[in-house]
Design a protein around this ligand. Structure first.
Ligand code: NAP
Length: 301
């Protein structure tokens, strides 16, 4: 029986574990994949206070080591359900059951697919969702990035140093991502903006050979690319918890800045919570708040 079970070992979950351990609570972190969450795929974090440059991998590894050194336990199993008993709460995984006094859901989000025919079949054969993982395969080749958020902008910037040519395809003519990154992309001579356009077709033999993009006037253009990096946002990983906590219409866990959900003793932290700014700094902040609230909850009994 743990004081706090944290589901998810991304920045929110790991920060929650640090705060919980420093409050001398026993902590189990359950993680379906590997530690780090989505930040592990970010090539260069430039907007975290006191870290003008750090790779997502180094950030995540440092956080994981810090959490382990403080004595949090880790089990790498996917949580599939929560049984919310009054005093004892259980997290059911694909392999077992773990009991805790409180639970923090810090499961983050997963890649949204583009939804174009052939996308799944071409994953690893030209389609990628992670520029830092797969960018090196496209040295001196031509690639496209699709999306208009920070991920797409940062991926395009990263790939512009590796690939010969980078198309940045976005369905509108204004971006969601940071102005500073847009400015740097505009200075790159090998980056071409393809705006007001959507990817309508993927052409392949064994691997992706070209894509077709349609602009707002209906004109279709074929772009010969070796790789397409899809960065069209994320979907909250909350599907297994909808019967335990309230979710909004997009699947985000409903909770305010205090990270307290509608379910007694169950808290949420990070990108899977309803919020307006989803950044590394807000994820770690959520972790600190959720753990502090969980500790308060335990101490009242
Ligand atoms: P995002 O901000 O939600 O942007 C997704 C982009 O994909 C949007 O531009 C959207 O277009 C476009 N899109 C969505 N569905 C599409 C479709 N079916 N076809 C074509 N385009 C589509 O997602 P993100 O860039 O992954 O970022 C997620 C969060 O993480 C954001 O809050 C972001 O700021 C944050 N982040 C932060 C950092 C950092 O702090 N360094 C790095 C990466 C990400 P519209 O704009 O037209 O809706």
């Amino acid at each position: 029986m743990f004081d706090i079970i944290i589901i998810g070992a991304g920045p929110a979950g790991l920060t929650a574990a640090i705060y919980a351990r420093r409050a001398e609570k026993t902590v189990l972190v359950l993680e379906a994949k590997s530690y780090g969450g989505q930040i592990i795929n970010t090539p260069d974090i430039e907007n975290y206070p006191v870290c003008p440059h750090i790779s997502g991998f180094d950030f995540a590894t440092g956080l994981y080591e810090q959490t382990k050194a403080l004595g949090a336990e880790f089990v790498f199993e996917k949580a599939v359900d929560i049984i919310n008993g009054e005093k004892i709460k259980e997290v059911v995984t694909e392999k077992g059951k773990y009991q805790g006094k409180t639970i923090i859901i810090a499961t983050g989000s997963e890649n949204r697919k583009l939804g174009v025919d052939g996308e799944d079949r071409l994953i690893g054969r030209g389609i990628s969702y992670c520029a830092t993982c797969d960018g090196a395969f496209y040295r001196k080749k031509t690639v496209a990035v699709v999306g208009g958020g920070n991920t797409a902008l940062e991926d395009a910037l990263y790939l512009s140093d590796i690939a010969e040519k980078v198309y940045l395809i976005h369905r509108r003519d204004t971006f969601r991502g940071e102005e500073a990154t847009i400015k740097r992309l505009k200075e790159k001579t090998n980056v071409e903006f393809v705006l007001n356009s959507t990817v309508t077709s993927l052409n392949a033999e064994k691997r992706l050979t070209s894509i077709e993009v349609k602009d707002k006037d209906g004109k279709v253009t074929q772009l010969f690319v070796n790789g397409l990096f899809v960065a069209v946002g994320r979907i909250p990983e909350t599907q297994n918890f909808g019967k335990t906590v309230n979710l909004d219409e997009s699947g985000y866990v409903v909770a305010g800045e205090n990270c307290i959900t509608n379910a007694d003793g169950i808290f949420v932290a990070g990108d899977n919570r309803v919020k307006s700014v989803r950044q590394l700094v807000t994820a770690t902040a959520d972790g600190a708040i959720a753990a502090t609230e969980a500790v308060k909850y335990i101490n009242q009994f």
